[in-house]
Design a protein around this ligand. Structure first.
Ligand code: GLU
Length: 490
């Protein structure tokens, strides 16, 4: 009995843009599959579209993968026994395989010029030209017909009848009638392979056992299966993964993302202060679930994930749900221990121009603001007022709540708080209650003005919690300073 092979999976991005969240979900599933099986995760850069591929894009993809903590065992920067891992460094290999197919009569050189093809296309009525199919002009020619010195492409000789069938682990058996597949180009005239051919040669030579990629590639797979068969190469297992769609049920491109306020590039999430653990917890839901469990430690994902359980239903991105999951993960010490949280928060505080803060004050403020924040950016915003000498006032909140009428209460409250010896939640609360009783008021009558006085903002936690963090002196100083501002407001 042969032992099952150790899985080798890959992510094979074309570096023509930023890493999309859909790509990140695909990476995650491949990575989980490799990590739980002791397998190998390969990163291969498919940079054959020379007009659109850029180094910046490859860097963005690599940076995003590093930020997500989804490391690869072979590929750029780490090397490996199956390299090189960029397709433009493998051109001689594709040529060798293309030549072999031509020699075997399974592919052929096509010298048809663009002009000739356009003439053929223009014979069709205008509304059908987009359905133009290559009319197999060079299919039956032989070597003696070749035009010495002229450019040619290599086309695959697709069987004229029959069906191509493959089994997809997620979508089941997929049957394509060969008559629907034209004699597609596998090598361009400049010696650069087209995607289907390059991917097949590389997946085979890199010993990939399972190809798991977005469901948008199902349509390419019949061509790839034909190529594996023609090359007598083993076909890896195939798993197409459901798509992440926009709220309208359509493909979630950058523009659509902007329309719905949904960031689509992974690095945008980094800049917006999401934690990688949190984002991965939202993305893993696109195609996989584990009972009712909503959030997972990375080790749990590695343990529970099973490629066999991936479902075929596409999912719509729901920003509210994403934020809720991210908040749950980011506020839970199990996922992000407090010290780690502070370490990750730091750059966002510095980004706001904050320097030289008192660490114990930062810790107290973080404990107060963290549970309300889905991102580090939100947390840094909420903490800002605690770390500055004076709060930065939100103009609207100030105009609305710091009124002359409020000034009286702010001053009186400061006086009352002067009598609190042990300035802790319980004692502040007692004093606050008796202060309110003596003035025949309820907390809601003064909380908005007090909150603006203490933090500069209209939305912030409860005033007693804020006072407890600020401490007696700073708290009273802010109430009095705000009272002065409020008096000036008339
Ligand atoms: N380079 C292809 C892409 O970025 C890879 C698809 C595949 O995984 O085979 O879409």
């Amino acid at each position: 009995m042969t032992r099952p092979r150790t899985p080798r999976v890959r992510f094979a991005p074309s570096p023509t843009g930023y890493l999309h969240i859909g790509g990140a979900r695909t990476i995650l599933f491949n990575w989980l599959h490799a990590r739980q099986s002791g397998g190998t995760f390969v990163l291969r850069i498919e940079d054959t579209d020379q007009a659109r591929s850029t180094d910046e894009s490859a860097k963005d993809i690599i940076d995003a993968m590093r930020w997500l903590g989804l490391d690869w065992d072979e590929g750029p920067e780490v090397g490996g026994p199956y390299g090189p891992y960029s397709q433009m460094e493998r051109l001689s290999t594709y040529k060798e395989y293309a030549d072999r197919l031509v020699a075997q009569g399974k592919a052929y050189r096509c010298y048809a010029t663009r002009q000739q093809l356009d003439e053929w296309r223009n014979r069709l009525p205008a509304d059908q030209r987009h359905r133009f199919v290559y009319p197999r002009l060079w299919r039956d020619k032989t070597e003696s017909d070749w035009l010495a010195g002229k450019p040619y492409v290599v086309r695959f000789k697709t069987p004229l009848s029959g069906q191509t069938i493959f089994h997809d682990k997620v979508y089941g058996d997929i049957v394509t009638s060969n008559s629907e597949i034209q004699d597609f180009v596998i090598m361009r005239s400049d010696g650069i392979p087209l995607y289907n051919f390059g991917a097949v040669v590389d997946d085979a030579l890199m010993d990939i056992t399972l190809v798991a990629r977005g469901a948008d590639h199902i349509l390419n797979t019949a061509q790839q299966v034909l190529l594996y068969e023609a090359l007598s190469l083993p076909i890896p297992e195939l798993a197409h993964l459901p798509m992440i769609l926009g709220p309208d049920g359509r493909k979630l491109g950058k523009r659509d993302g902007e329309r719905y306020g949904i960031p689509v590039s992974v690095m945008q999430y980094k800049d917006l202060g999401y934690s990688p653990e949190a984002l991965l917890n939202y993305l893993v839901r696109f195609g996989w679930s584990y009972g009712d469990q909503e959030t997972f430690m990375r080790s749990e994902l590695v343990e529970y994930f099973n490629i066999e359980d991936v479902s075929s239903a596409h999912g719509k991105f729901d920003l509210k749900k994403c934020k809720a999951i991210c908040q749950k993960v980011l506020t839970d010490d199990r996922y992000t221990p407090f010290a780690d949280y502070l370490r990750q928060l730091r750059p966002f505080l510095i980004g706001r121009g904050l320097r030289n803060w008192d660490d114990s004050l930062l810790e107290k403020a973080t404990r107060l603001i963290r549970p309300r924040s889905a991102t580090f950016v939100e947390c840094a915003e909420g903490i800002d007022c605690f770390l500055r000498d004076e709060p930065v006032f939100d103009a609207q909140a100030r105009a609305k709540f710091l009124t002359p009428a409020a000034a009286v209460h702010l001053r009186a409250l400061s006086d009352a708080l002067g009598a609190v010896d042990l300035f802790e939640h319980e004692h502040i609360e007692e004093t606050m209650q008796s202060f309110l009783r003596s003035r025949n008021m309820e907390i809601k009558d003064i909380a908005p003005a007090v909150r603006v006085a203490l933090t500069g903002r209209g939305t912030a936690p409860g005033v007693i919690e804020i006072l407890a963090v600020l401490g007696k002196n700073v708290g009273r100083r802010r109430l009095e300073a705000a009272a002065r501002l409020a008096e000036e407001a008339q």
